[in-house]
Design a protein. Sequence first.
Length: 226
Amino acid sequence: MIAGYRWPSAVAIFLGIKAATALLFGIAAGWGAVVQQPEPAAVILAAICGAGFGYLIPDHVLGRLAAARVARLRSGLPAALDLMVLAIEAGQGLDAAILDTSRGMRVTHPDLASEFTQLQLELKAATTRQEALRNFAARCRDMEMRKFANLLIDTDRFGTSLGPALKTHSRYLRIRFRQTAQERARKVGVKLIFPVFFLIFPSVILVTLGPAVILLFTQMKTILGQ
C-alpha cells in the first residue's frame, strides 16, 4: 500500500514473485555448484543460499519503491497546500478543496493526487473526517504527511481558520526542504574526502611523480654503469 499497489490481489502477487525469485535463484545457484563442484552437499548448500537470496530480493526492491514514492509525496506537498489555500480562500469547503487539489496535481504529482483522491472517496463513504485523515497519514508513512493530517484534524476540532494555518505550514515545509538541501550540500565535501584520498590522489601522484622517478632511476643506472 505504501508503494502504491492497492489491488486486492497485490499481496498474493507479491508472495508469488518472492516464491518465483527464490526458485529461480535456487536453481541457478544449484546449477552453478553442479558445474563447479558436483558434490551433493555443496549443491544443496548453494541452492539453499540462492533461494534465500532470491526470497529477500523482492522485499528490498519493494522497500526502495515505497521509499521513492514517499519522497515523491513529500516533494509535492507544498504545491498541494498552495492549491488548497487558493480553493479555501475562494470559499470552498475542505472536501471540495481536497478534490480540486487532486484534480490539479494529476500531471505534476500523480502519486499525491491519487492519495488525495483516496482521501476524498473515504470522506464521501460516511467516514469521519478524523478517521479518513488518520488513514491518509497511515498510508503515506511520512512525518510531514502526518503533520499535515494532524493540522487538518486540529483545525477541524478547534474550529480555527484553515487558510492561514495552511499558509504557515506551506512556508514551514519550504524552509525545511531548503535547510535539508543545504545540509546535504554541506555533507558533500566530507563525503568526497575518501574517494579523493584513495582514488584521485594516488593517480595524481603517479602522473606527476612517475616521470620524475623513471628519470631518476635512469640517471642512477647511468652513473652506476660508469
